[in-house]
Design a protein around this ligand. Structure first.
Ligand SMILES: [Zn+2]
Length: 295
């Protein structure tokens, strides 16, 4: 795969032109392809803020952001790229709005759009090989309480292992219909997790019951770190967006282990993922958005 020329230096020095070029490469690493007819040639119209690519076959006009996470945005791409770096910083939307110089609502929406793209990756990835699973229960600002609250959210964390070393993790907010009123994580809950989030030929080598005497500390530590971030930085999370933040934590752990650049990866992902809208994010029941993958 061709490398993207990520703008060099501090983000304050990135120009919008450099960011457009980087997004172009992320979107079309093998050259332009018309989203409608897949034709490989176009002319470029530069009369607007962002260039328009006009298909030489069907004349469809495609903007650089059309069909991506940045679809229809009025926020400059250089701010979007800065927000992608923020995904790895465990910061809040308030801090992002201050860094970008945008309103809280804009920063909140950008954060959720980026997390939505990560959710797509999380949904498609399954654990394989030697797998360890454990879990915990996250409650509204009282995750370590021994008293089960109606708002407690059971979470299972699974990891691919190489020996004792964790290679890749996945964290899932378990459906309450699976866990039952007790909110306790039983072997049945781990079996349901494995059925949906591990390959059929996976080999589960370790299972650690919640509140058990034994614990696989490296795996529990990842979950505890996530819960600590939810409580102490984000001031607590409700059940609606919990999975999205779990996906963010798992992504940051996995990308740091993989050695791939976070910005490089997110540019490519966001360049090939259809965005979710503000209405879809805030409606009472989350709806799975239509997805779009560029050629
Ligand atoms: Zn076309």
């Amino acid at each position: 795969m061709l490398p993207i020329v990520v703008p060099k230096g501090s983000w304050e020095t990135w120009t919008e032109e450099q960011c457009i070029e980087a997004l172009y490469q992320a979107r079309w690493p093998h050259g332009f392809r018309c989203p409608a007819c897949n034709y490989p040639h176009c002319s470029v119209s530069r009369t607007r803020k962002h260039p328009l690519y006009v298909c030489s076959s069907c004349r469809l006009q495609t903007s650089i952001t059309a069909g991506t996470v940045m679809h229809g945005t009025r926020t400059p791409l250089r701010l979007w790229f800065r927000a992608m770096l923020w995904i790895g910083e465990e910061a809040t939307s308030v801090e992002l709005s201050e860094v970008l110089g945008v309103t809280y609502k804009t920063a909140w929406l950008i954060g959720h759009k980026l997390r939505d793209a990560l959710t797509l990756v999380a949904e498609e990835s399954k654990l394989s090989g030697s797998v360890a699973v454990t879990g915990g229960v996250y409650g509204w600002r009282c995750f370590s309480s021994l008293v089960t609250e109606p708002t407690d959210q059971p979470i299972v964390i699974g990891a691919e292992l190489d020996g004792e070393e964790i290679q890749f993790v996945k964290m899932v907010q378990m459906d309450l219909s699976v866990v039952g009123k007790s909110r306790l994580l039983t072997r049945y809950v781990y079996d349901v997790f494995s059925e949906f989030h591990a390959e059929v030929d996976f080999k589960r080598v370790k299972t650690f019951a919640y509140r058990g005497m034994k614990s696989f500390k490296p795996l529990s530590a990842i979950l505890m770190k996530a819960m600590h971030w939810f409580d102490h930085t984000l001031q607590g999370l409700g059940p609606k967006h919990l999975q999205a933040y779990l996906n963010q934590q798992a992504f940051v752990y996995n990308i740091n282990r993989s050695g791939q650049g976070l910005l490089w990866y997110l540019m490519r992902l966001c360049g090939s993922t259809m965005t979710i809208t503000y209405r879809q994010l805030t409606r009472p029941r989350a709806r799975v958005p239509n997805r779009y993958w560029a050629a």
